[in-house]
Design a protein around this ligand. Structure first.
Ligand SMILES: Cc1cc2nc3c(=O)[nH]c(=O)nc-3n(C[C@H](O)[C@H](O)[C@H](O)COP(=O)(O)OP(=O)(O)OC[C@H]3O[C@@H](n4cnc5c(N)ncnc54)[C@H](O)[C@@H]3O)c2cc1C
Length: 306
């Protein structure tokens, strides 16, 4: 519950703060309603300040990176949304091969910059349109590699605005999961151990190849959240959905991609309700045929009736 409206007198914060902002343009799905408040901090200090402002005004807090793994409700998100995409900065330590990145840095940026220096270790990340913070939260990965493979340590901030260290041990990484998914604590910076000293042209060529492979097999041309469901090993979600005959199945303007069945794409003007209805329909039909309940990898923000 929150009690603030435009007529309330609020402390004028130092960080960028906007009221009633549509989140559709802050997500890769291009759907979703309005955030009551949106903060765009540029430094860890401004994040701590945003958190303290939310606490002062008794507002719930939600973090947003690039919004590439989110389905935001058509009704929007109550309280304060803190978007980290302006929290930028990359440092390469040539002596140790460590790359330190602010939470809002896009993963493809890390992959390309490391490749151009001849550093191996992040080629897999080039096609993942998320931020460093979102990658740690999700343990993002591709091509058999993931964030946990190279993360040395992350800096975080608690709800009380205290800085904390997050180690691989206390992040408790597993397949597309970290302990952050059940904690009120957020990433401000992460340090990765890479392997320097390779031929930059070779690493760049391999990074290009990884991106081209994804572009030719996945619907990068339409708004989506990437893979909608976790893979229920030993199967892949895409195979089960395809074998259930659901490729191109559509509800409203949300469609199971004909190119890759684990992608649900917005073919133009989809609502969040369209996407979630389709997710539920796919779960039900796959379960009926295979006796396997698919679990979403995409995170839901805000309230839904479906
Ligand atoms: C075309 C496409 C392809 C994709 N391919 C892949 C893939 O191959 N592999 C893969 O793993 N994913 C993939 N994804 C999904 C997505 O890019 C990843 O899950 C990514 O890690 C999400 O990062 P984000 O910054 O967009 O996080 P968001 O979507 O903004 O947020 C996701 C979750 O992370 C939390 N979060 C965000 N920032 C922070 C922070 N600083 N501290 C703590 N929590 C935070 C949010 O609260 C939210 O719960 C793909 C998505 C798309 C659109």
């Amino acid at each position: 519950m929150f009690f603030l409206d435009a007529t309330d007198v609020v402390r004028q914060p130092e960080f960028s703060l906007k009221q009633s902002v549509s989140l559709a343009s802050f997500t890769s799905y291009r759907v979703g309603g309005v955030a009551d408040w949106l903060a765009l901090p540029k430094t860890p200090g401004e994040i701590a300040e945003s958190l303290s402002w939310a606490q002062e005004n008794e507002l719930p807090v939600t973090f947003l990176g690039a919004g590439s793994n989110l389905l935001v409700s058509d009704r929007g998100v109550p309280g304060l949304v803190i978007c980290t995409r302006h929290l930028r900065g990359l440092t390469f330590d040539d002596d140790s091969g460590a790359l330190t990145a602010a939470a809002g840095e896009p993963l493809p940026n890390l992959a390309w910059k490391a490749a151009r220096r001849g550093w191996r270790g992040l080629e897999w990340a080039v096609g993942i349109p998320g931020t460093v913070g979102g990658a740690v939260f999700m343990n993002a990965g591709a091509h058999g590699a993931c964030t946990a493979d190279s993360l040395v340590v992350a800096q975080g901030v608690t709800q009380a605005g205290e800085a904390i260290q997050l180690t691989p041990e206390n992040l408790d990484f597993a397949y597309r999961t970290s302990s952050l998914q059940s904690r009120m604590c957020w990433v401000t910076q992460a340090k990765f151990q890479l392997s320097p000293g390779h031929d930059p042209a070779q690493v760049v060529a391999e990074t290009h190849a990884a991106l081209e492979k994804r572009r030719s097999t996945q619907p990068y041309h339409l708004p989506s959240c990437g893979s909608v469901f976790r893979n229920p090993l030993p199967h892949t979600a895409g195979w089960l959905i395809e074998q259930t005959g659901l490729k191109a199945f559509q509800i409203g303007q949300a469609q199971v991609s004909p190119m890759h069945a684990n992608f649900i794409v917005n073919i133009g003007g989809a609502t969040a309700d369209n996407v979630l209805s389709l997710i539920r329909a796919v779960q039900d039909q796959v379960e009926e045929k295979w006796d396997v309940r698919l679990h979403p990898e995409v995170r839901l923000l805000g309230s839904f009736d479906i």
